[in-house]
Design a protein around this ligand. Structure first.
Ligand SMILES: Nc1ncnc2c1ncn2[C@@H]1O[C@H](COP(=O)(O)OP(=O)(O)OP(=O)(O)O)[C@@H](O)[C@H]1O
Length: 366
């Protein structure tokens, strides 16, 4: 059975629409990440599910039961905020017990649930401390613990790792992935952070312009972005998008010209594309190789070299001004100002029609 179902959810703040007709169905125990730029409505949608905000239209169901008409405490959801929202004057134990006590859960049951959550989160020794005596990572665990003891059907995590420093963030991410195996509930996490979404989520919901742009498994979003926005937003460094024109040709696949020169044979089916039509070509850095300059490949001038240790990215500009990001598998050869050749892997490029929709390469024949 579906766990969460959103149907045609709409929200405006005054005259400003924030969500247009958002619909989504989650599977039982699914982990979904809402990923999108600032202002794309991710938190608003989360708050509507939690009951902290009211939708103007649409319905929210959890395990088949309509919940958008219920008070937040009756919905079977628990939310974890970016800023922990712990009561500073209460101990960790009291923070975790607070909501349960208000809900009339018997004392012994509260104690048992807190012990269990503390064990899962490895905060048994912190239970009598005040939040002020804890590190950021420990506080975030307490906030997660407070959600766990409610035994919700759905966890809502609003940028849960964004206040942690880089090392702790990576560690907590792994812990969250492990924790997720142990709780029998669905999870929605709002994040700006692609790595978080890619590593934790079963499916990613990419939001922009008040709407869901794409819903898919992480590698599907990366490998087959539905449109130019998703293509540009997901992946770091970003996919290069460059204007191209479709060349006349007998082939079943589109051949395009990049800028003034290079002809690129793609594996994107040509059907329905008009010769001369303006298109955008999309190619990820790992599919643009830095090579020796030779007549056959486009040449570009290096503007920036980014050495990340295991990988090196080169930001270069073609003679006609187009900028393109390549991966330099050779590592350290290239310097700013060098003229390099670029080999674009035509089998890996995407094409975008003027409405922004993507056309992908046909799957390679076995
Ligand atoms: N209470 C409010 N009153 C008026 N406008 C609001 C309110 N809350 C959010 N907005 C506006 O709604 C839009 C969506 O905000 P929301 O916080 O949902 O986006 P977000 O994708 O979560 O962004 P961020 O990643 O920055 O948190 C923004 O333009 C924001 O300014």
């Amino acid at each position: 059975m579906a766990s969460l179902e959103l149907s045609n959810v709409r929200k405006a703040y005054g005259a400003t629409p924030v969500l247009d007709d958002v619909s989504l169905t989650m599977a039982a125990r699914e982990f979904v990440a809402f990923l999108g730029p600032s202002g794309s409505g991710k938190s608003t949608l989360l708050r509507i599910i939690a009951g902290l905000e009211t939708a103007d239209a649409g319905e929210v169901r959890l395990d088949g039961r309509r919940i958008d008409t219920l008070a937040p405490g009756d919905r079977g959801v628990a939310m974890v905020f970016q800023h922990y929202a712990l009561y500073p004057h209460m101990s960790v134990r009291e923070n975790m017990a607070f909501g349960l006590r208000n809900a009339g859960v018997p004392r012994q049951e509260i104690a048992a649930r807190i012990d269990e959550a503390a064990r899962v989160l490895e905060i048994e020794t912190q239970l009598d401390k005040k939040p002020g005596q804890l590190s950021g990572g420990q506080r975030q665990r307490v906030a997660i613990g407070r959600a766990i003891v409610k035994q919700p059907r759905l966890f809502l995590l609003d940028e849960p790792l964004s206040n942690l420093d880089a090392a702790l963030r990576t560690r907590t991410r792994v812990e969250l992935a492990q924790l997720r195996q142990r709780v029998d509930a669905a999870v929605i996490m709002v994040t700006h952070d692609q790595a978080e979404a890619m590593t934790l989520a079963d499916r990613i919901v990419v939001m922009h312009d008040r709407a869901i742009q794409q819903i898919g498994a992480p590698m599907e979003i990366y490998g087959r972005p539905a449109n130019a926005f998703v293509a540009r937003f997901v992946g770091s460094p970003a996919m290069t998008l460059a204007p191209v024109s479709l060349l006349a040709d007998e082939s079943a696949f589109a051949a395009v010209r990049l800028g003034e020169g290079a002809r690129i044979e793609t594996r994107v089916p040509r059907d329905g594309l008009a010769v001369g039509a303006p298109l955008e070509l999309g190619v990820r850095p790992e599919n643009v190789q830095v090579v020796e300059t030779s007549g056959g490949v486009p040449e570009a001038k290096v503007e920036l070299v980014e050495r990340l240790g295991d990988r090196t990215f080169v930001y270069a500009r073609l003679a006609d001004g187009l900028s393109i990001t390549a991966e330099d598998a050779g590592g350290s050869r290239v310097r700013i100002g060098d003229t390099i050749g670029l080999r674009i892997d035509g089998a890996a490029v995407h094409l975008f029609t003027p409405d922004g929709r993507a056309r992908h390469a046909a799957a390679a024949a076995a």
